[in-house]
Design a protein around this ligand. Structure first.
Ligand code: DSN
Length: 466
């Protein structure tokens, strides 16, 4: 009789046994992991590059599939034993294509930085010219910053923003005509406005460049149809899967109607070039459990709940920008079209890093960010970047943004800078704000929150806990 290979619930049992074993054998590590869940529940996370993974995504990422080593692609592996993994990877590819309306997907990149490196390696010879948004204007390291290999191995030229803080498309065009880049990169890490991918494509066509759209920050909005999609406009689209997609740490490469367009050699289709550029040219073995988690996340993102959250993200960010403006803060570009609100901290007398640290003490997470014309170094900065991804995942909408803005305002107003990095704030006020934040979070629990943790936060606050 054939041996039974399918054991219902085996993976779940393994996760349960694993957790029990961790608690028994490594209580210190288990306690840290537990504390992280508690902290995420009780903290107002406004990190623009973060989202919360559904528990089913976390479970897939912890699967025994992780034990499979299989280089290559489904059906063409360099190791045996990839029956399940082949199906999982094909599933992830198909789900990614369906979610974004793409014709080609590569789910193997370990991050979007890896994805960008692979795409550039495929399309640009060493020393070739690339054109991307300047880091100080909101670009990303892998868009040609000198701090990244992309700024060292390629001749990187940068466009910036106009006086209103919007992408200066006239400058993009002028620089493209002058430098004839092989690749133009459209994408940002700190840009609160809609990106005009059609305009980028028109410029790329004028100079015979490939257009790479890096949508890491707005992947969720694009998937939900809340931001215009670049997938059929750009030659290649890249993204991280965790920033706004609620997926695992990882990257994704897509191509739409250009997937069969010839690469720089005039022959090889882009899709085939990218396959090779990821494996074997820039990565070895893929991460099978991460790919399973991506497959799950793409499925979650295809659901109606995700679209609703995406709309809430944008409406909340806009409301937050409005509330902060009325409290007297200078919001870059005067508002936002996406999930990002950029605040200039100069008028508050605080640097970005002080604002970040004072807020963190009070249970609010937002990170420092350089702003155009910033005179402070990257570890200090004059800006604060806020994001509404996780607020919306908590079910918060525009009606909660007055409360969030008021919490931010109370902390920033009560903070006194002593130097660029040192500050003073009344510990009693910190304690009060922390409780207010915990209470707000308890009223809007995360998808990862268990009923018992909701109760314990609530009872602590009303003082009837043990
Ligand atoms: N790119 C960084 C950010 O936007 O925060 C991290 O992935």
């Amino acid at each position: 009789m054939e041996r039974q290979l399918v054991v219902d619930g085996a993976q779940g049992e393994l996760l349960r046994i694993g957790w029990e074993s961790l608690q028994d054998t490594d209580p210190e590590l288990a306690a840290l992991l537990d504390a992280e869940v508690g902290q995420q529940n009780a903290t107002l996370a406004m990190i623009a590059s973060a989202s919360i993974a559904d528990p089913s995504v976390l479970a897939a990422g912890g699967a025994a599939l992780s034990n499979v080593t299989a280089e290559g692609y489904p059906g063409a592996r360099y190791h045996p034993g990839a029956q399940q993994f082949d199906q999982v990877e094909n599933m992830a590819v198909e789900r990614a294509k369906q979610l974004f309306g793409a014709r080609y997907a590569n789910v193997q990149p370990h991050s979007c930085s890896s994805a960008n490196l692979a795409v550039l390696a495929a399309l640009v010879p060493p020393g070739g010219t690339i054109l991307g948004l300047d880091l100080d204007a909101g670009g990303h390291l892998t868009h040609g910053s000198r701090a990244s290999v992309t700024g060292r191995h390629y001749h990187a030229v940068h466009y910036g923003l106009d006086e209103a803080g919007r992408i200066d498309y006239a400058q993009v065009e002028a620089l493209a005509r002058e430098h004839r880049p092989k690749v133009i990169i459209a994408g940002a890490s700190a840009y609160p406005r809609t990106v005009d991918f059609a305009r980028f494509r028109a410029i790329a066509d004028q100079v015979g460049a490939y257009l790479l759209a890096d949508i890491s920050h707005i992947a969720g909005l694009v998937a939900a149809g809340v931001h215009p999609s670049p997938v059929d406009l750009a030659h290649i689209t890249t993204m991280s899967t965790y920033k706004q997609l609620g997926g695992p740490r990882g990257g994704l490469i897509l191509s739409g109607r250009e997937y069969q367009t010839p690469g720089p050699d005039g022959r090889t289709p882009l899709g085939r070039l990218i396959q090779r550029a990821v494996f074997p040219q820039s990565q070895g073995t893929p991460s099978p459990a991460s790919i399973a988690a991506k497959a799950r996340a793409f499925s979650v993102a295809a659901g109606p709940g995700f679209r609703q959250t995406a709309r809430l993200i944008v409406e909340s960010a806009s409301a937050l920008a409005g509330e902060l403006s009325s409290l007297g803060y200078r919001i870059l570009t005067g508002g936002t079209d996406n999930h990002i609100v950029l605040l200039d901290t100069t008028d508050t007398g605080l640097t970005g890093v002080i604002a970040e640290r004072a807020l963190e003490e009070c249970g609010i997470l937002a990170n420092r960010n350089r702003i155009p014309g910033d005179t402070k170094p990257p570890l200090v900065t004059s800006g604060l970047r806020l994001g509404t991804n996780i607020l919306a995942q908590r079910g918060m909408g525009p009606e909660q943004m007055a409360e969030c803005a008021q919490l931010l305002h109370t902390v920033l107003k009560a903070t006194t800078a002593l130097t660029d990095t040192e500050y003073r704030i009344d510990p009693a006020l910190v304690a009060t704000i922390r409780e207010e934040v915990r209470w707000l979070c308890a009223r809007h629990p995360l998808p990862i929150e268990s009923p018992s943790s909701i109760t314990s936060v609530g009872t602590t606050l009303i003082g009837v806990g043990p």
